[in-house]
Design a protein around this ligand. Structure first.
Ligand code: SF4
Ligand code: SF4
Length: 470
């Protein structure tokens, strides 16, 4: 075996031993990806424009006077579709998390890692913004390689400075938006407009986020997808042979090789041009089969389709397909299993949405006063003392009245006839519930208290009434 052939074979087998981002010596192997051209890249570009626009606009969009989306982990307050969620809504949060886990499991089982290529912020920002800036400033991968390997002359200094300034500026923009998702745009504007000394914490957070994003897009890049992202690591257990993946049709492509196809050489359709490899942002060769590093970006599909067009062979040597379809030489089909799981996914999302939209705007906790039994009221009635806590999850003040349901009782609120709860706040109150002795049939009577706002019952809470029967 010649040395050259041995080296090529070593390279082709290296994917079994190490990631493309790592050299044999254990150093970083920089991935220089070429820009793909084709219908999938066009579709991803259009989608990414919408996605990026939504990412920057969402903190400014208000629903019911609240941010459409805000994840304020500092105060434990979340706004989803304009609905404010508090720690008291932990139940919905728990159901949401379980639903999301099932959703991710089923979604990945059917559609593979399609999220990574089409919707993950890391991929979209990296491939559609930062890599495009890099191509713009440093040129195509060949020019980039030459620049990186060349001496630090004027041209290199200018290009590297410009690229990193652009990266820093865009990272700063992302960091601001990211912070707006946490603290809201109003507080973000305060940090921007007011003296730094008044917002040291917010300012430091902005700097840390900016440097973190800059580090990710300028240096870590595909390492985030291939090593750090936990979803990426889960692929090996979530995918099965029926999952849709970006795949190389080995039945059609092999044996690969350059040159004319003849009866004698029996070559397959893969002309071994490696165009699918040079466009891959994670540096893998899709012809080696499903790999954890594949983020389903479809760049290799476009690259191979362009090659197939040039050599006059049918498109689709690299395409969306499942292992099972490839093994059986079947075209892509939306199978019954995929339809069933898709319906389950839609039902799960519908259930979660219903839970979100039907959530109560107020939470009421009612407890009978400790250590108190009952008091005689006149000759024919008894009273119990209660403590009430009300949480108002809306952005408007709420005034409520309390009424006894189904029993002929009266509620005497201490300090007024209605309870005032400020917007996004809570209120405590104490009241006496007076029941006629004739309505008391047991020592411990079940009572329902209706909470009314503008004459409309918004909640009903249950409690018990202690008394004696005559
Ligand atoms: S193998 Fe293809 S789909 Fe997977 S990451 Fe590389 S270019 Fe994208
Ligand atoms: S682009 Fe297509 S033909 Fe070229 S090496 Fe990849 S799979 Fe083979």
């Amino acid at each position: 075996m010649s040395n050259e052939k041995a080296t090529i074979e070593q390279l082709e087998e290296s994917f079994r031993d190490r990631m493309p981002s790592v050299t044999k010596e254990g150093k970083r192997n920089w991935i220089y990806a070429w820009q793909p051209k084709g219908k999938w890249y066009t579709r991803r570009t259009i989608l990414s424009v919408l996605y990026v626009a939504l990412f920057f606009a969402l903190p400014f969009i208000k629903m019911n006077g609240n941010p459409a989306l805000q994840i304020n982990v500092v105060e434990g307050k979340f706004s989803i579709l304009g609905l404010i969620f508090w720690p008291q809504d932990f139940f919905i949060f728990g159901v949401g998390m379980v639903t999301m886990v099932i959703f991710i499991y089923l979604f990945t089982m059917i559609y593979g890692r399609v999220f990574c290529g089409w919707a993950c912020p890391q991929t979209i920002f990296m491939e559609m913004i930062f890599r495009k800036m890099e191509w713009m400033v440093e040129g195509n991968p060949n020019e980039q390689r030459k620049l990186n390997n060349g001496p630090w002359n004027g041209n290199k200094i200018v290009r590297k400075t410009l690229k990193h300034l652009l990266f820093l500026a865009f990272s700063f923009l992302i960091a601001n938006t990211f912070l707006a998702y946490i603290i809201g745009v109003e507080d973000l504007f305060k940090i921007i407009q007011e003296p730094v000394t008044q917002h040291v914490g917010g300012f430091v957070a902005l700097i840390i986020f900016t440097l973190a994003f800059y580090g990710v897009y300028a240096f870590a890049r595909e390492i985030i997808c291939t090593v750090i992202c936990p979803y990426g690591r889960l692929q090996s257990v979530l995918l099965d042979r029926n999952s849709v993946i970006v795949a190389y049709d080995y039945n059609r492509g092999e044996p690969r090789g350059k040159g004319r196809r003849t009866e004698e050489n029996k070559l397959g359709d893969c002309i071994d041009c490696k165009q699918c490899v040079v466009v891959c942002p994670t540096g893998i060769d899709i012809r080696n089969g499903t790999q954890l590093e594949c983020i389903n970006c479809t760049a290799c599909i476009d690259a191979c389709n362009t090659v197939m067009d040039k050599v006059g062979l049918p498109r689709g040597l690299v395409r969306y397909a499942s292992e099972a379809q490839l093994a059986d030489n079947q075209p892509f089909k939306f199978t019954g299993r995929m339809k069933f799981y898709s319906v389950v996914l839609v039902l799960l999302l519908a259930g979660l949405t219903t839970l979100l939209l039907t959530r109560n705007d107020v939470d009421v906790t009612l407890l009978r006063a400790r250590g108190q039994l009952f008091q005689e009221v006149g000759t024919d009635s008894l009273s119990n003392l209660y403590h009430l806590n009300m949480v108002n999850k809306t952005v408007k003040d709420i005034d409520v009245q309390l009424k006894v349901e189904e029993l002929p009782g009266v509620i005497k609120l201490v300090g007024g006839h209605q309870l005032h709860t400020p917007a996004e706040g809570q209120a405590e109150s104490t009241f006496f519930l007076v029941l006629p002795k004739s309505a008391i049939k047991r020592r411990d009577t079940d009572v329902k208290i209706g909470v009314y706002k503008d004459g409309k019952r918004i909640r009903t809470v249950k409690t018990s009434f202690l008394g004696y029967t005559e």
